[in-house]
Design a protein around this ligand. Sequence first.
Ligand SMILES: Nc1ncnc2c1ncn2[C@@H]1O[C@H](COP(=O)(O)OP(=O)(O)OP(=O)(O)O)[C@@H](O)[C@H]1O
Length: 337
Amino acid sequence: MITVENVSKSFWSRTGNVVALDNVSLDVTAGAALGVVGPADSGKSTLARCVSLQERPDTGVVRLDGLNTATLDTRRLRATRRQIGFVTGETQLFKQRTAAGNIALPLEQSGVDGPSRRTRVGRLLDLIGMTDKAAVYPDDLTDGQRRRVAIARALVGEPAVLLADDPTADLDTDGTAGVLAVLDRARAELGVTLLVATQDNSVVRRICDDVALLDAGRLVEHGNLFELLRSPDSRALDALLPAIDGNAGLPGCGQDRVADVVLVGFAAVGALLPEAASRFGVQVSVLGGGLTRLGETPVARFRIGLKGERTDGTLAWMADRGAIVHQPLAGPQGVAA
Ligand SMILES: Nc1ncnc2c1ncn2[C@@H]1O[C@H](COP(=O)(O)OP(=O)(O)OP(=O)(O)O)[C@@H](O)[C@H]1O
């Protein structure tokens, strides 16, 4: 369990005092995956660095399983830091060491014997899908493979927590998919708690249960993705769901009613709109939006137009069946929610 309590952190720069984190509080339960998102310079990396004990907050406390890290002396701080995996998109490998040699390095430094090293490195090579690349040097690996080796090295000390700061930065689609699969497996098979700072929404969609949105160092939203789906004003979720063209369904578009609906799960995404249309004798048209996934769950956000007598009843029926119905944009009456 990671607990961040009222953490603030500022830096002095040539332009003056920069507030990187402003009274941020959040927690990540053991085994969960939190995505920290936000615009450039919003404090994501600083939060990851404070939680991984690379940086000390000016005020506030980071607790790891209840341990108040602010009270640790230098020796215990170093020992605790070793129990936290930390990897960034810029983490470098040692070029003169093979993939296996890179992963083994932390174990060599902490005096783990050869047979135990081989077992643990073998397990990590399997986890990152690179058993056949054990003896390959970094220069002969792809960017994505090098990134996976760096993650394996961060995990080889069996940390309870893995902090990944922009882990997919500058990777192509295949490289990104490989890194995300490894982070997902680390969580599923090793039980690590993940905190991932990223500007890439696909990272959050693919591997996170919770999201925290920072803006100018402040935490502006924090919660479970599926719970935030129910909040029409969630900025974090708005960025994760398929975009809707602002011109879709404007007055004069010929619809009796226009609404935004979020549908969750295979059944809803596949069948709810046609079923509603036939049950109420209403014409339902998709005017914008699209489909995505949160983890393995399909999620759709559509702007729909309805034509017919019973448009209110149609929306109310869809809401009763779990559709999240937001902001009807046209039509005479109030709305089903
Ligand atoms: N060591 C430092 N010295 C001076 N300023 C810093 C330092 N680290 C971060 N900052 C400043 O703190 C603010 C937050 O930076 P941070 O890197 O945490 O943001 P970020 O959200 O990770 O940004 P990005 O997405 O661009 O990586 C920025 O204004 C940054 O310039």
